[in-house]
Design a binder for this molecule. Structure first.
Ligand SMILES: [Zn+2]
Length: 430
């Protein structure tokens, strides 16, 4: 007797299996035709996936679009300035309320683990207090991991280092940084060293906003990989964005990629934001502003897709849909081969979970009973349709259900044809 069975679904690897859930754990992944359960969800013909994971987000800024004004130039730098204005007027309650609303969106989209950078350049640390409160409020359905992020530069801002350390003392999980925003290249490199040393002393992970610029000489990823090896942080460090690598000299990159791979530093590009913010100083041809995703993967580097922003000073759209993120990444990185498209789905599930260290993740016996049923036959179709999340299960409980989107056609000259339409297609099955 299970509490819940998700029946007849297709897993991302193409196998068909029923999933039996007891309490908050997956108890069986098998043929459960004869088993009884408190509730059975029929997933016949649908894709059953582990939950989506967003490894890069800014929860303290989300859903603030237009407050106090919009980003007119569309650049990263105006976004940072605008966030500075917003920080002056924002309250803890406001940030918690916006974060809670966003987490509702995320729950409805099967996005159940989020790594969020929280700004530590505020002597009152309002954002940190708000996000710690939010982390508690959503802990039964969303794993919210927090990164201490000195948005204005840990050296550029006079109190940022102290505040970042205070944030870690208060329970923020990961050490962040923004070396390309420090005043000089030397300060940027120094900030990487100092912040990695703090992480090593405290046994924490590192996730830096790194080289989010079109400047090919922004090479802080080199220092980040070097310090990772020097301090024995392999497997615990992420370089987020890495957009400057798009513009770097090819010879230099051929030397850089093995260093990143040997340091086991993972990469998190954020395709919606990168394609929107980068290249703004170019005329034509205009650079794509996305890092070298396929090339890094070919070199053995873990690469996930991050969302970064939804309705905030940097980005005016967004729906908490990691399939949107992967869809954009697939296009900009030209990952059109079938195995590359499937990999794009894996990047927003398994790969992201591995990179940020989501515990007990996956569709296997003993794992946390969190999953999502999608109105799609396979991962590629899920991407093509940005498929409806028919059912979302978090820790053994059904937390969201959305009706299947079915159009009813009444075409002139074609009576009775085809009637109900779902836009599913067998193209990528098997
Ligand atoms: Zn970011």
């Amino acid at each position: 007797m299970f509490d819940l069975i998700v029946k007849g679904g297709t897993l991302p690897d193409g196998t068909r299996a029923d999933i039996g859930i007891t309490g908050d754990r997956i108890a069986a992944v098998d043929n459960l035709d004869t088993a009884a359960a408190g509730r059975v969800i029929d997933a016949t013909g649908d894709l059953v996936s582990p939950p989506f994971v967003d490894p890069h987000f800014h929860m303290d800024a989300t859903l603030s679009y237009g407050t106090p004004r919009i980003n007119a130039s569309g650049t990263l730098l105006e976004g940072i300035a605008l966030w500075g204005e917003l920080k002056e007027i924002v309250t803890i309650d406001d940030m918690v309320a916006r974060g809670l609303e966003y987490c509702d969106w995320a729950a409805s989209m099967g996005l159940l683990a989020i790594r969020s950078h929280v700004d530590t350049c505020d002597d009152r640390l309002l954002g940190v207090q708000a996000m710690l409160e939010l982390r508690e409020k959503v802990r039964d359905y969303i794993d919210l991991q927090l990164v201490a992020f000195p948005q204005d530069g840990v050296f550029r801002d006079p109190t940022a280092m102290d505040n970042t350390i205070r944030a870690l003392d208060m329970g923020v999980d990961v050490v962040g940084g923004i070396p390309h925003f420090e005043r000089t290249m030397a300060d940027g490199a120094r900030s990487v060293t100092a912040l990695c040393e703090i992480a090593a002393q405290r046994g924490l992970m590192v996730d830096m906003h790194c080289d989010e610029t079109d400047d090919p000489m922004s090479r802080h990823i080199e220092t980040l990989a070097y310090e990772t090896r020097r301090l024995g942080l392999q497997g615990r460090v992420v370089g987020s964005h890495l957009t400057s690598m798009h513009s770097m000299d090819n010879y230099y990159v051929s030397k850089l990629l093995p260093l990143i791979a040997e340091a086991q530093v993972a990469a998190i590009p954020n395709p919606l934001i990168n394609i929107m913010l980068q290249g703004r100083h170019d005329s034509f041809p205009k650079r794509r502003g996305l890092t070298r995703v396929r090339e890094m993967q070919a070199a053995g580097i873990d690469v996930g897709w991050g969302q970064d922003c939804v309705l905030d000073p940097w980005y005016s759209l967004g729906t908490a849909d990691m399939l949107d993120v992967a869809f954009m990444g697939l296009h900009v990185a030209q990952m059109s081969a079938p195995d590359e498209m499937r990999r794009c789905f894996d990047m927003v599930t398994e790969t992201n979970a591995r990179i940020i260290g989501v515990r007990d993740y996956g569709l296997r016996v003993g794992a946390t009973a969190s999953l999502v049923v999608l109105d799609a036959g396979n991962p590629i179709e899920a991407l093509r349709l940005r498929a409806t999340r028919l059912c979302v299960v978090a820790r053994g409980k059904v937390i969201a259900e959305t009706p299947r989107a079915v159009a009813q056609l009444s075409l002139p000259g074609s009576p009775g044809r085809p009637g109900r339409l779902r836009r599913r297609h067998p193209a990528h099955n098997g």
